[in-house]
Design a protein around this ligand. Structure first.
Ligand SMILES: [Fe+2]
Ligand SMILES: [Fe+2]
Length: 180
């Protein structure tokens, strides 16, 4: 899990925020996926009590992986590079003239749609795992997986909060100033 205390997100520029999100959150989630996937496979093999619920969680976990990979790619290849475009528009009179309509509205709308879809998968995993309940009868690997999934969910909530409540208003206000 990431330590949030020393960073003041409100003071960060949109460019710094995008950089932080990609380098800390996207990287963390991508690294965790491989590890959790291996642990889930082991838990399914060793835990005789794991049953259909664990199978359903694994299926959702793969769905989550696919959704997040696509979502992170969209942010890194479409939304975040628009920040550089806004910097250029702000600094260059000609580029500023070319910017007559919002370039961030659609990618932000897409981002929110993706977040909702991902949140639905996360809450389904939470429901199936009974709020990540650690059954004393489960194998240590099964318990480890639940702890890891809980940490992953927590980190994703922090990431989405940053994107929706800190980055988004900064981008909207900034673009409006350039457009006006
Ligand atoms: Fe993100
Ligand atoms: Fe996102």
């Amino acid at each position: 899990m990431l330590n949030y205390n020393p960073v003041n997100f409100k003071e960060m520029s949109p460019s710094e925020l995008c950089d932080y999100i990609a380098k800390r959150h996207h990287k963390y989630v991508r690294e965790e996926f491989g590890k959790i996937s291996d642990h889930l496979k082991t838990a399914l093999n060793v835990d005789v009590n794991s049953g259909p619920e664990l199978r359903a969680i694994i299926k959702l976990f793969h769905e989550l992986h696919d959704e997040l990979e696509q979502h992170f790619n969209k942010e890194e290849e479409i939304l975040f590079p628009l920040v550089q475009q806004l910097i250029i528009s702000e600094e260059t009179e000609r580029a500023k003239k070319n910017l007559s309509v919002s370039i961030i509205d659609k990618p932000l709308e897409e981002m929110n749609k993706d977040h909702k879809k991902i949140e639905r998968i996360l809450s389904e995993i939470r429901r199936l795992s009974h709020d990540y309940f650690l059954d004393p009868m489960s194998s240590p690997t099964h318990k480890l997986c639940l702890n890891e999934l809980f940490a992953l969910e927590d980190d994703l909530h922090k990431q989405f909060y940053l994107e929706e409540n800190i980055l988004t208003p900064k981008l909207i206000t900034w673009e409006q100033t350039i457009l006006s």
